[in-house]
Write a protein that binds this ligand. Structure first.
Ligand SMILES: [Fe+2]
Length: 139
């Protein structure tokens, strides 16, 4: 089982609202890990997974609003990535028997989601925003 991961400076994308949400998301992922370590019962795991799903939806919605505000050119592509993550996750939940092996898979999936989506895709958004700010200063 992968360990809990703790917030690092390198996870920051530089947009405060989104960074704060990512921090909370990481806490929810670590809660799932705690279940895998045997801390929670099945009903509690289901509630943790539900909590994480609701939070992910809220977070994606809020991130997408931010993209619309700045007319982010990769909006459609990014929204599709969000939809894919949510649908892959809901398939995994549907299939889960809440065994430790299943929870391990869920946790690994979530860590990968956090590291790859947050670091690569969400950073593209903040890079774009920085360019807008720089251009506004020049212009
Ligand atoms: Fe995103």
């Amino acid at each position: 089982m992968a360990d809990d991961i703790h917030w690092k400076k390198e996870y920051e994308i530089g947009i405060t609202e989104i960074d704060n949400q990512h921090r909370n998301f990481l806490i929810l992922i670590n809660n799932i890990h705690a279940y895998a370590a045997g801390k929670y019962k099945i009903l509690a795991l289901k509630r943790l997974v539900e909590e994480l799903t609701l939070y992910a939806k809220y977070h994606f919605f809020s991130e997408e609003n931010h993209m619309l505000e700045i007319a982010y050119p990769l909006y459609n592509e990014h929204v599709r990535l969000h939809e894919d993550l949510l649908s892959s996750f809901s398939e995994m939940i549907f299939d889960t028997d809440c065994t430790n092996t299943d929870v391990h898979k869920l946790h690994t999936f979530l860590l990968d989601w956090f590291k790859t989506h947050t670091i690569t895709e969400d950073k593209k958004l903040s890079e774009y925003e920085k360019t807008l700010i720089e251009n506004a200063k020049v212009g």
